[in-house]
Design a protein. Structure first.
Length: 266
């Protein structure tokens, strides 16, 4: 079993804003469950998340190599990650950066935000207006958080699966954790989208996969990871980098298309 920091579950602040929901609705807002992590040995940041909300990977997770990873969910504000990165780059740790930004955030009570910094320090914020069951849980080098969950075992299963997969590549560990959350029920309204992102020292991602409007989005992202683990992974490894602006394209010459047979019509 992995040792966890104390859980933060469903605790509402009396002075927080709460968005009303119709009595006949199960929940309102944009439910999501996610995991952020840092591979300290490699210096890679990663995020995996899933939701009923379509295209969750398009704006909820934001990663910056050498700086950190942020997810913003519930009644999300996509600008928050960039404000948090500014604080991290100014020298704040994850907890201080998050607290500083959320202290001045309009409608902070409707947000759920997770941060992990370049030293693996994590922090989470869950506003009082976020729909239950919600929570956040810090493990070793990771943070899991979610809202509109069937119960809190979703987060516990994710953190435990991530810890059990120690030694595997970060992308694989993240997907195993996400699958564990989905197996425990994930989003109470069902899961229709999932995303996986990993950055590895460059401005472009090492992994950036999504499944949208899918019956089994977490399984689909895992299938896609298997697909890109071949030729595409080799091609990405050969791209120009800060250290080697020429790249290593000589290592992937076998990926060039065969020349056409016969004349090419124009």
């Amino acid at each position: 079993m992995v040792a966890h920091h104390p859980l933060v579950y469903g605790v509402l602040q009396a002075d927080a804003v709460r968005l009303p929901c119709k009595a006949d609705q199960m929940r309102c807002g944009h439910a999501t469950f996610s995991i952020l992590a840092l591979d300290r040995a490699a210096g890679h940041f990663g995020v995996a998340m899933a939701s009923k909300l379509p295209c969750v990977g398009s704006f909820c997770p934001v990663l910056r190599s050498g700086v950190g990873a942020v997810v913003t969910q519930a009644w999300t504000n996509p600008a928050l990650p960039y404000r948090i990165f500014e604080r991290l780059e100014a020298g704040d740790d994850a907890e201080r950066a998050l607290a500083t930004v959320m202290a001045v955030e309009v409608d902070a009570g409707l947000r759920q935000v997770g941060v992990i910094d370049a030293k693996g320090r994590a922090a989470g914020f869950t506003g009082a207006g976020v729909e239950p069951a919600f929570g956040q849980l810090e493990g070793d080098g990771c943070l899991v958080l979610g809202n509109m969950l069937p119960d809190h075992s979703v987060l516990e299963a994710m953190a435990e699966r991530f810890a059990e997969a120690a030694g595997q590549p970060l992308a694989e560990r993240l997907l195993l954790a996400l699958a564990a959350g989905a197996e425990r029920g994930g989003d109470v309204r069902g899961t229709r989208s999932a995303a996986l992102k990993v950055v590895a020292g460059e401005v472009f991602p090492l992994v950036d996969l999504r499944a949208d409007d899918h019956d089994r989005p977490v399984a689909e992202v895992r299938r896609l990871l298997g697909v890109v683990a071949g030729d595409l992974a080799r091609f990405i490894a050969a791209l120009p980098t800060r250290v080697n602006p020429h790249g290593r394209f000589e290592t992937v010459q076998d990926l060039r298309p065969e020349p056409p047979i016969g004349p090419v019509r124009r």
